[in-house]
Design a protein. Structure first.
Length: 332
């Protein structure tokens, strides 16, 4: 049997084992070019460190503080419309008063979200129309506004006009419809925005400036409509499901993830320092872009698979319990 001194010398000459952090970082950088590695390494280091902390103990996440929180509205912050949970509102307002940058990222138009932004005391830029618009909360200036190509909606009209859907159109922060159907009126009431009927569809829908189109329909019908519309418009637009019965046509480069990058640049906050929370397909890019992406417990499996965390169910404290865990500097 080797003497203690010999064993110590043997250990000293052995090459050090690669730790979990380095192994995970090396795996994350695999396949990247040298230039991409240099650009990506700082962000990946933070993500790997947080992932390892979460694996060992979720509470360890508090050692690497986040600076901003970006949340989807419907299905995330707003679970029982039209009112927000009073405890959640109080917690968010207190967090903002302690220095947290809080933003809302929603598919709604600004007039339909303003009430909630005011209640929550949202301090950062707002993301609207599923990422087609980013608006500064301080001066109302548009930091980014994307629109659908001129004439695209009228070209798509030949498809949706014969489909069992109720189309709604968004232009200049106004809501328009072809006819005042029950579904259109209900949506207008839920969003608390006025609805205007289009008098001359061919002329109006051929114009530019439309931010998005929403198709309300049966969950089993919308995938078929989506395929037909995709064949018609090609790459001039993208389609996202925002609810089982909501299909949206938005500008091709619009996404909450791209909008989150605009917000991060405007605030001077690295994406790694941002927590993003959502519940639907339209939230995936944002969840993936943030330093920590969180999916709601009722989100589709494909969305939950993209998230670093899944929020607790309401009976286990919901979002507030999660915020207290990962943002202890702001929530108590």
């Amino acid at each position: 049997m080797a003497a203690p001194a010999e064993r110590r010398r043997h250990r000293a000459t052995r090459p050090p084992r690669e730790g979990s952090f380095l192994r995970h970082l090396r795996a994350a950088l695999a396949g990247h070019s040298p230039g991409e590695r240099r650009r990506s390494a700082p962000l990946l280091q933070r993500r790997v460190r947080r992932a390892l902390c979460a694996r060992r103990s979720p509470g360890l996440l508090s050692r690497v503080p986040y600076r901003a929180l970006v949340c989807d509205l419907d299905g995330t912050l707003l679970l029982q419309p039209p009112d927000l949970d009073p405890d959640l509102v109080a917690g968010c307002r207190r967090a903002v008063s302690r220095g947290l940058i809080f933003c809302v990222a929603t598919g709604r138009m600004p007039p339909g979200a303003e009430r909630y932004l005011a209640e929550l005391d949202a301090s950062g830029p707002g993301i609207f129309y599923n990422g087609a618009l980013v608006r500064d909360s301080e001066d109302g200036r548009d930091l980014m506004r994307l629109t659908l190509p001129r004439g695209l909606i009228w070209r798509a009209h030949e498809i949706f006009a014969h489909a069992p859907v109720n189309p709604l159109f968004y232009r200049d922060d106004q809501l328009y419809c072809l006819d005042e159907s029950w579904a259109a009126r209900l949506y207008s009431e839920e969003q608390a925005v006025p609805l205007e009927v289009i008098e001359q569809p061919a002329d109006f829908l051929s114009m530019g400036g439309f931010v998005k189109t929403l198709f309300i329909g049966h969950p089993e019908t919308l995938p078929i409509v989506r395929d037909d519309l995709t064949r018609t418009v090609g790459e001039e637009a993208r389609f996202v499901m925002t609810r089982r019965d909501y299909l949206e046509m938005i500008p091709p480069t619009a996404s909450k993830g791209a909008a989150l990058r605009v917000v991060a640049d405007h605030l001077g906050v690295p994406l790694a320092d941002i927590v993003a929370v959502g519940d639907q397909e339209n939230d995936v890019e944002m969840i993936r872009a943030a330093g920590l992406g969180v999916a709601m417990p009722g989100a589709p499996e494909a969305v939950r698979n993209q998230a670093g965390r899944v929020a607790p169910t309401p009976d286990k404290g919901g979002l507030l319990a999660l915020f207290r865990e990962i943002l202890p500097e702001y929530f108590d």
